[in-house]
Design a binder for this molecule. Structure first.
Ligand SMILES: [Zn+2]
Length: 237
């Protein structure tokens, strides 16, 4: 397989919530897009792993993905371990994505930032000739970090998802086991209406930064070289 884009995330539904609009937009543009969920979310308060697997397969169809798989690492216990990194690296060699989306390197849930950390090291290891891995060495050309879960992190890239917002909401709604019929105390399991408001208002917040209706935020670590400063995207004032 040769993917154009691979999103690696800790739990099923993380990609949908943080960068689902971007993933949908790239699939609509004709790119081969895949998802690698590291855990099955088995320690989640609501829903069984089987139910969440069915929900994530449904969401994959909504988003138009070419590939989605679950690596089955332990939920709520992701760690920086060499065997986990090698497992992810083996999938990167098999899927050969040109660009990888990783979770931002800070956050509330340790699984999220740990997924970003071990995901990065897996991308590196996959390209090492002498790594103890099957298959040809391969390294993605580009890594960007999805930062929607950390709204205080300043994005360096925003993707206009105005035309993909409804489909993103439809993909998020596939995870019905994660919704509450009522507002709950901690607000970790929002109702349908709360969830919609949360997804839409965050996308609007990032859209306002760049003069579009709805956007998703990303951080790229490296500066980029351009040939033409006249046709740069965006507006400064
Ligand atoms: Zn998560």
């Amino acid at each position: 397989m040769q993917l154009d884009l691979l999103s690696i995330a800790a739990h099923p539904d993380d990609t949908e919530l943080t960068c689902g609009g971007t993933v949908i937009k790239m699939a609509q543009a004709g790119y081969k897009v895949g998802l690698l969920d590291l855990t099955a979310g088995e320690t989640g308060t609501r829903g069984s792993p089987e139910l969440r697997a069915r929900e994530s397969a449904r969401a994959a169809r909504v988003m138009g993905l070419a590939h989605r798989e679950n690596l089955g690492l332990p939920d709520a216990a992701l760690e920086h371990r060499r065997d986990y990194i090698l497992k992810i690296a083996a999938r990167i060699r098999a899927l050969r994505p040109r660009t990888v989306i990783l979770p931002y390197w800070e956050g509330r849930h340790p699984d999220h930032y740990t997924a970003g950390w071990i995901g990065y090291e897996a991308c590196f290891l996959a390209g090492l000739m002498k790594a103890p891995l099957e298959g040809r060495p391969f390294r993605p050309q580009k890594i960007i970090y999805a930062s929607m879960y950390v709204p205080a992190a300043p994005p360096t890239l925003l993707v206009d998802i105005t035309r993909q917002l409804e489909k993103k909401l439809k993909a998020v709604r596939c995870y019905a086991s994660q919704f509450s019929p009522r507002r709950d105390v901690q607000n970790l399991f929002p109702s349908h209406a709360d969830l919609r408001e949360r997804v839409v208002s965050l996308a609007r917040h990032f859209g306002l930064m760049t003069g579009v209706k709805y956007a998703e935020p990303f951080v790229q670590r490296e500066p980029v070289t351009v040939e033409d400063v006249i046709s740069l995207p965006g507006k400064s004032i």
